[in-house]
Design a protein. Structure first.
Length: 416
């Protein structure tokens, strides 16, 4: 098929037959219909046969059989084969909201290199689907053109989550933006995303959380301890790309090091004890914040106690509605219990928001109920908050501290 189209969707498939009916369904209900779906397929399950039957009924489906199982190789093949003006990416176990393509193509403007949408993490618990909306930037930064060289702080927001983006194909090809073709699915999106953030002149962020990102796939790379060195290999490849492309400017290297430091800590978080130590021994000393890692290990050690509290108690107040607090609420949701009665936070920007069914309230230290269990979150604030609660008459045994988050994907893997 060589017909012109507006958007080319690249979908990498490797033994993903069980997800293909859902992919077909979410493509069929897109309100914006001028697209082609390029499936790059490898593996030994029924994926190819299923897709061939769908392609007979829908001319927008293109299939490229590919014996190379590398995720990065498949993305590169898809970009090269695409005839659309814009490129979108759909992970095989994820989904699009019906308005995904329409939202991003509406946000796209002639001078913008790419648009990134917000997204929703999701997992299934029995017949229930648990949803957690996420945004890449604050609300005031949505729907405006950001000149990245004038506001370089937005590179860190722009580089994450390759699959939420709509990319101008000419931007990708002119700058030879590619993925590392390392084996399997091994964080090759990191290099691609960093290159996009470094080459981009203008970007936009869209507000609606319309990409559905699955966090309960037990075969996900985030849950594979054998890939403990893949993130290091990805950054080694990326540093070589910066050198080859003459991109080793002070700003670019600073950005690279910032992303690398955050990614290495994330990798250490997701790994179990033995592979975590192997990873730390393999990377340069000091690149992983050991204080943060100590808090991560503490959070992992305390996770069974948190789960017991959520299972066995019914009068809990969650103090802190940011990232760690969201993880606590998600853990409760997965367990199918309702131990938490109220969520409070001192941040006026969060108060009043709906968080997994709870309206975040402003705390009232003058009317502290000493019979309740208090789950307090946050690295810097918990010691002082614990002191205030004890001064108000709460027994120390009624206060449970969590000073570091695990990330949603890691939390789900431990609970599963």
């Amino acid at each position: 098929m060589n017909r012109k189209t507006t958007i080319s969707i690249i979908i990498t498939i490797h033994n993903s037959a069980k997800y293909i009916p859902r992919i077909k369904d979410c493509l069929n209900v897109q309100s914006f219909a001028d697209f082609e779906a390029i499936f790059i397929v490898s593996g030994d399950d029924d994926s190819l046969t299923m897709l061939e039957s769908y392609a007979e009924l829908d001319q927008r489906i293109r299939i490229i059989a590919d014996s190379n199982s590398s995720y990065g190789h498949k993305i590169n093949v898809g970009i090269a084969a695409a005839v659309g003006e814009y490129i979108a990416i759909l992970e095989s176990d994820d989904e699009y909201d019906p308005g995904f393509l329409q939202e991003l193509i509406t946000a796209m403007e002639p001078e913008v290199d790419y648009v990134k949408g917000s997204f929703t993490m999701f997992l299934r618990e029995g017949t229930q689907r648990i949803l957690l909306p996420c945004s890449l930037v604050p609300a005031e930064d949505h729907e405006r053109i950001i000149e990245i060289n004038h506001e370089p702080q937005y590179r860190i927001n722009a580089y994450t989550h390759i699959w939420t983006g709509l990319y101008r194909k000419q931007f990708l090809t002119d700058n030879h933006i590619i993925c590392n073709e390392s084996p399997g699915a091994s964080y090759q999106d990191v290099g691609f995303s960093v290159l996009c953030a470094l080459y981009a002149q203008k970007i936009k962020f869209s507000q609606k959380p319309i990409y559905l990102y699955r966090v309960d796939n037990v075969k996900s790379s985030t849950k594979d301890d054998s890939k403990y060195l893949c993130i290091k290999e990805e950054f080694d490849w990326l540093r070589n790309e910066l050198k080859t492309r003459s991109l080793e400017t002070p700003d670019a290297v600073e950005f690279y090091e910032l992303v690398k430091k955050g990614s290495y800590l994330w990798n250490a978080k997701r790994l179990h004890s033995v592979p975590r130590q192997k990873f730390l021994q393999a990377v340069e000393e000091g690149i992983v914040d050991l204080n943060s890692l100590k808090l991560v290990e503490e959070a992992i050690d305390r996770l069974p106690s948190l789960l017991q509290i959520l299972k066995n108690e019914t009068n809990c107040i969650l103090w802190g509605a940011a990232g760690i607090g969201q993880e606590v609420l998600l853990a409760q949701k997965i367990l199918g219990v309702k131990a938490i009665k109220k969520v409070v936070d001192n941040n006026p920007a969060i108060v009043g928001q709906n968080l997994l069914g709870y309206i975040v309230q402003k705390p009232d230290m003058k009317n502290v109920n000493t019979d309740y269990r208090y789950i307090i979150t946050g690295r810097k604030s918990t010691p002082e908050l614990k002191r205030q609660l004890m001064s108000a008459g709460v027994n120390e045994e009624k206060i449970f501290e969590i000073r570091e988050g695990l990330s949603i994907e890691v939390l789900v893997s431990y609970i599963q």
